[in-house]
Write a protein that binds this ligand. Structure first.
Ligand code: COA
Length: 383
């Protein structure tokens, strides 16, 4: 089968709630990494055969196929199309899969993949809220087949994160200790300059402004749970934020023709699903599936990125699969660095690639929980 290579990857810094990127038009945010990617890699941009873009809540300024709009806003040629896809939190990771699959099928040679989310402008759940004007409150209430199958089950990520903490026996103290580590790792990585190669400054911001270096275990312990009697707090959940990230995916043919120097090859891609009410357990079954299908063992993987949508999600995944924290989210995760939903898959991949390069690791595995109980898994090999 033809190979798919990651030639380059770049992202914006992450803007915090009401932060430095909050004023941007979502298409300007999305265009930013695409523009920088195409400046860093000099070839005729008309040779890009598609822009595959992750984004959720595609309403308002994020509507109308933002993958296409972002390319145009970046000032790039009109003859390159763009498509926007929604696999919830995994949208940009799925965009990478679709781009790589296009290349591996032999039908495409150069594809831009990535994602964006302007959560300050268009908040999480905005599409559902806006949709109430059209008669139904929720996709998960009122459809006969859904009701017959999951009647009465509240579909809500905070609830799922609580259920996971309970089932895997993870205490509030353990969730907070994990979250403290996320902030400390992210701050240390920032101070060491480990994000420099992956962040293209935007609107005067050159670092992830979601990190709280002053975080303490005591401060985290003092936060009230989001739900009465629960363990999930603002301190051990991912932060809503703004970010965009883009990757250049190319075939062997394109690499040779244009003299690209690929940074990694895509070794394995899969996507699986679990119960939609538990919602966030997908990474467990998906990682087991990916290892079986790729014939790899956990020990073969040098670094893991498992999105910290909630501390309980990553901790249950580590516990179930016996993956040591030392190999997971080594530069911090979404608790410290934000989870700008539609872009997170490409943002994490950009970080994973740079982390492998920094540490000299060979294989990196990325997975994340996604609405509907889904999870993508990508294994890359650094070159
Ligand atoms: C958990 C959640 C509801 C909290 O929202 P929020 O209240 O707007 O969060 P904030 O960032 O404003 O933090 C609330 C408080 O906690 C405090 N806090 C947050 N992190 C902290 C830390 N590390 N240390 C100390 N205090 C902290 C803040 O200071 C803030 O207090 P303040 O008002 O005095 O500043 C929200 O972040 C969320 O929904 N996260 C999950 C998103 C999601 O579901 N994504 C999809 C995954 S499936």
């Amino acid at each position: 089968m033809p190979e798919a290579y990651i030639v380059d990857a770049i992202r914006s810094p992450v803007g915090r709630k009401k932060g430095s990127l909050a004023h941007l038009h979502p298409a300007d945010l999305a265009a930013h990494p695409i523009k920088v990617l195409m400046e860093r890699n000099t070839f005729d941009p008309s040779l890009v055969e598609d822009v595959v873009w992750g984004c959720t809540e595609t309403i308002g300024a994020q509507a109308g196929d933002i993958g296409r709009t972002a390319w145009l806003v970046a000032g790039l040629p009109e003859d390159v199309p763009g498509v926007t896809i929604d696999r919830q939190c995994g949208s940009a990771q799925q965009a990478i899969h679709f781009a790589a699959q296009g290349v591996m099928s032999g039908t495409q040679d150069i594809v831009v993949a990535g994602g964006s989310q302007a959560m300050n402008r268009i908040p999480i759940m905005a599409a559902m809220t806006a949709g109430q004007a059209y008669g139904f409150d929720s996709p998960f209430i009122g459809a006969t087949g859904w009701d017959a199958r999951y009647a009465g089950e509240e579909v809500n990520q905070i609830r799922s994160a609580e259920m996971i903490a309970e089932k895997w026996g993870i205490s509030r103290e353990e969730l907070d200790a994990f979250s403290y580590a996320s902030h400390m790792r992210a701050q240390a990585a920032t101070e060491a300059g480990w994000f420099k190669n992956e962040i293209a400054p935007l609107a005067g911001l050159d670092h992830d402004e979601t990190i709280r270096p002053g975080t303490t275990i005591e401060g985290l312990a003092a936060l009230n749970p989001v739900r009465e009697g629960g363990r999930v707090t603002a301190g051990n959940a991912s932060q809503n934020s703004d970010c965009a990230a883009a990757l250049l995916i190319a075939s062997e043919r394109a690499v040779k023709e244009h003299g690209f120097k690929p940074r990694a090859r895509i070794h394995h891609m899969s996507v699986r699903a679990d119960n939609p009410v538990w919602m966030l357990t997908g990474p467990i079954t998906a990682t087991q599936y990916a290892l079986k299908k790729s014939g790899m063992k956990l020990e073969d993987i040098d670094l893991f990125e498992c999105n910290e949508a909630f501390a309980s999600v990553t901790m249950a995944w580590m516990k179930e699969l016996s993956i040591p924290h030392e190999k997971v989210n080594v530069q911090g995760g979404a608790i410290a660095l934000g989870h700008p939903i539609g872009s997170t898959g490409a943002k994490l991949m950009t970080t994973l690639l740079n982390s492998l390069e920094r540490t000299g690791g060979r294989y990196g595995l990325q997975t994340m929980c996604e609405g509907g109980g889904q999870a993508n898994v990508t294994i890359i090999e650094r070159l």
